[in-house]
Design a protein around this ligand. Sequence first.
Ligand SMILES: C[S@@+](CC[C@H](N)C(=O)[O-])C[C@H]1O[C@@H](n2cnc3c(N)ncnc32)[C@H](O)[C@@H]1O
Length: 355
Amino acid sequence: MNVQKYNKLYTMSVDDYYAIGNNAEKLNFVFQGSSNWDMYFSSADEKYDVDEINNAYLLSFKDKNKFEKTLTNMPKESVIDYSMEHYKEEGVNECYILTNSIVKKKKTKIKKLQPENFEQECTTVWSFARRGNWATHNSKYRGNWAPEVVRNLILRYSTEGDYLLDPMIGGGTTAIECKLLNRNLLACDINPNAIELTKNALEFESEFDPKIELKLNDARRLSMLEDESIDFVLNHPPYADIINYSDKQINEDLSNIHDLDKFCDEMEKVASELYRVLRPNKFCAILIGDTRRKKMYQPLASMVMQRFLKVGFSLKEDIIKQQHNCKATGFWVNKSKEANFLLIMHEHLFVFQKL
Ligand SMILES: C[S@@+](CC[C@H](N)C(=O)[O-])C[C@H]1O[C@@H](n2cnc3c(N)ncnc32)[C@H](O)[C@@H]1O
């Protein structure tokens, strides 16, 4: 069997993948499942010499003799959400990855360009159990927002030909929707990977050809934009350091900041710039979630919302966005019972107006 070992990760061929999967029991391992592993947001590319690949399949196994808990009945998505650290915490001691020597990067084939049965939301509670996968939308960028959120915002708060801004574009969800809905866009991010991913996400034919500009930029400084030049802002920042987007390699990445007050100080700088560049009477939407520290609830969303009010915005809407991620299953359900806390399953989507 041709298996290369990198610390606790191995690379191997497709045949070996099946061989190991099928023979795990004999090797005294329990096969926990495989998942698509996003290499951009793991440290694997540095540590394990697999830098030419975007994603791989992560297979996990655990030693039968040492561990009683199993993750096998968790849905596939829950496994995706587990970083190596989580695996280690769970006592998983063997992980396997498939590299692109066998998993070739596929060109995105577009099955459908537009959503089916899309209806605009008209209440303050939004819930999208399954995120849309039209055009080039996918869930690979960790913590990306659902295209339904973006489509609803764009349709309600802008018109065709408007100039929009997303100062933290991530994997490009907003850019895809702007291309489909004929809105011009300036899309920025502090992480070059995000800019590259967004560029790739825009590689599809649309009936419109709006101006979409991508820029590596810190959201706290939008010096390339004149005052009152933007018709609508969509902002989806990190939720402090809940997900770190650059493995602490980019100093200006706000997802490096653990202290919530310090995070809010920096978000206030973002808010102030967004206020400056937005035209009067226009809107600015921000999606942000809360967190928990030492078992106590931390209202991060309200804390950030207060900073937006402080720089001059008025609050038009506070929409509760239900989260449908994986953590309310398996491992986290047990943890929430053991430690007596509730799993946070909502985010706040604030819509501000510059009156
Ligand atoms: C929650 S993600 C955005 C996801 C995006 N809405 C999507 O659908 O893919 C937050 C993004 O903020 C970016 N970011 C962090 N600090 C930043 C800063 N100072 N300026 C600009 N972008 C920043 C991160 O690189 C990350 O891509």
